[in-house]
Design a protein around this ligand. Structure first.
Ligand SMILES: C[S@@+](CC[C@H](N)C(=O)[O-])C[C@H]1O[C@@H](n2cnc3c(N)ncnc32)[C@H](O)[C@@H]1O
Length: 281
């Protein structure tokens, strides 16, 4: 069994698993992800093999704690989007940077839905053995696509059985922000080319203070405390206008409106913060 990624961007997936595990333990949970506990337990044991790793684990837990409130609600909003798309007849879902997500297992989605999980090879080298050891069985079709989104991920996706003639529900839940603006734009162009009419995609419109302590600490952990730690430059990423120019109909949904029914104190008080939902015309 390969060990948990203790540095590098795949480490961020462990942080989100910690968040889903914590949510799952709450009596008022917004979703139930029992496999998150298996990822957390295995990762914790892997980190604990060295004193340095054990110290890093404490830092990963602390960062996850600081992101918990907003990120956990975000997981639930993506779950709701998936459930809505499937209820409307969509049968193909692609997770860009799937991390340790387990929607193929935990949402009770029908067997004729196919989920493609794209992420880095080192992520799946950790994820798949944990799922096997847990005896987990997906309720949907599930295809793992170990790939770097900076490369020819579209060819790998097609080779895994993706069908460009079917509408797709595309999800980016934190991977595209790690790409350069050019790489980000290339991913959007490629997924646009693979999107049949009625496909759906969402881009977030958030204000991130890269200098805030949890973001600084997250960058340090990802960089292994060495090398590049500086905040990403505030460059404009492709957004609503790019989507509209490339044949997507867009609709903006304010974060505070979306989270209101969930009863968690995570409002941001800014009506311009939220998600741009794009549907392929
Ligand atoms: C913040 S995590 C989120 C994971 C998952 N979406 C979730 O919500 O649990 C970001 C994920 O993007 C993946 N990622 C980042 N850059 C990537 C790249 N160039 N190619 C493939 N995956 C990448 C990381 O490995 C990581 O699993």
């Amino acid at each position: 069994m390969k060990h948990a990624p203790t540095v590098g961007v795949a480490l961020t997936a462990i942080g989100v698993a910690l968040i889903r595990d914590r949510e799952t333990r709450r009596p008022d949970r917004l979703y139930d992800d029992p496999l998150a506990a298996a990822f957390v337990a295995t990762a914790r044991a892997d980190f604990a093999r060295t004193a340095e790793g054990a110290a890093r684990w404490g830092r990963v837990e602390s960062v996850a704690e600081q992101f918990f409130a907003g990120r956990s609600v975000g997981v639930r909003l993506v779950d709701d989007g998936v459930a809505e798309a499937v209820a409307a007849g969509c049968r193909q879902i692609v997770l860009l940077g799937a991390g340790l997500d387990t929607r193929a297992y935990r949402m009770g989605l029908p067997a004729d839905v196919t989920i493609f999980e794209l992420d880095l090879p080192e992520l799946f080298a950790f994820k798949e053995p944990v799922l096997r050891a847990a005896g987990a069985l997906p309720t949907t079709g599930r295809h793992v696509v170990p790939v770097d989104l900076r490369g020819d991920w579209a060819a790998a996706l097609r080779a895994a059985g993706f069908r460009a003639d079917l509408p797709t529900h595309w999800i980016d839940e934190g991977a595209l922000g790690y790409l350069s603006v050019d790489e980000h734009r290339r991913v959007l162009a490629d997924l646009t080319g693979l999107s049949a009419p009625h496909s759906q995609f969402g881009l977030s419109r958030f204000v991130v203070d890269h200098a805030a302590p949890p973001y600084v600490e997250l960058r340090r952990l990802v960089a292994g405390d060495e090398g590049a730690r500086e905040a990403p430059r505030d460059v404009e990423r492709p957004g609503e206008r790019w989507l509209a120019e490339h044949g997507w109909r867009t609709e903006f949904r304010a974060w505070d409106d979306m989270i209101a029914p969930l009863g968690r104190a995570v409002a941001v008080g800014d009506p311009d913060v939220g998600i741009v939902v794009a549907v392929r015309a």
